[in-house]
Design a protein around this ligand. Sequence first.
Ligand SMILES: C[S@@+](CC[C@H](N)C(=O)[O-])C[C@H]1O[C@@H](n2cnc3c(N)ncnc32)[C@H](O)[C@@H]1O
Length: 278
Amino acid sequence: MSAHAYFAGDWLALREPLDHASRDASLTTRAARALDTGPVAEKTIVDLGCGSGSNLRYLAPRLPGPQRWHLLDHDRTLLDAASAGNCRDRDGRRPAIETHETNLADTAWHRLLDDADLVTASALFDLVTADWVDSLADACAQRRLPALFVLSVDGAIDLQPSDPEDPRVLARLQAHQARDKSFGAALGTDAPRVVRQAFSRAGYAVHAADAVWVIDNAAQAAVATALVTGWRDAAIEQSPSEGDHISQWAERRCRQLRAGELRITVGHQDLFAMPRTR
Ligand SMILES: C[S@@+](CC[C@H](N)C(=O)[O-])C[C@H]1O[C@@H](n2cnc3c(N)ncnc32)[C@H](O)[C@@H]1O
């Protein structure tokens, strides 16, 4: 996925149903339990790289209220589109929402996390660096904050039936995922391991689970086509001299999608981290 397409609002809207269907429910339950025992009445939830609010729309009805969401992103257009939709919290109240235009590459954690009861992020960690994750883990540990980080790509992509060009395209895609996306050399598919290890080192009990996108029916044609063309664009950006092979691969794969003859799975990891009791 090219950097531009990766953040576009229409792509985020297309992927939202897949994201919500694949998330691990048991980790959300752990996050809800962590908030249930919190000391304050209103729960402040900080969503890093919130986009247009998909993570909020998934979590709000599953977490106790009242809730105040701090939605952080550097993209003003996405922030302006962010909303809870019709969501109510688990106790039937409308969540309060504040948007903050923030470049998360500047790790001013005291400003961002001081009021938080839970920190969360969705589809963010493949973009960041290992140092950034270490600094987030330390900042969370200092505040003894629970953390729920979901939908980090893990590189486990499968297309059935297979195509001789799959390995070439997926290798270029993986290399592209490691390019700088505004934080420095990106973690890409290393993100789940790096986040797990950083929070363990910072004194957290870490729970991880698979969150796999399964694309296997005609109703998903729009998101599937956007996914395959996004992979094509990223692979060509990574290796322009292979453009013809990669474009032909994408045409074949899109034809198969339209005919309902292609099944795609895309692996992600969800993670919930809770400070260990002292
Ligand atoms: C893949 S999108 C995920 C959006 C949202 N969390 C979701 O699940 O739909 C990654 C988000 O990170 C944001 N982002 C990327 N780099 C950023 C930075 N340096 N500071 C703040 N936000 C950033 C993008 O604007 C985008 O909204």
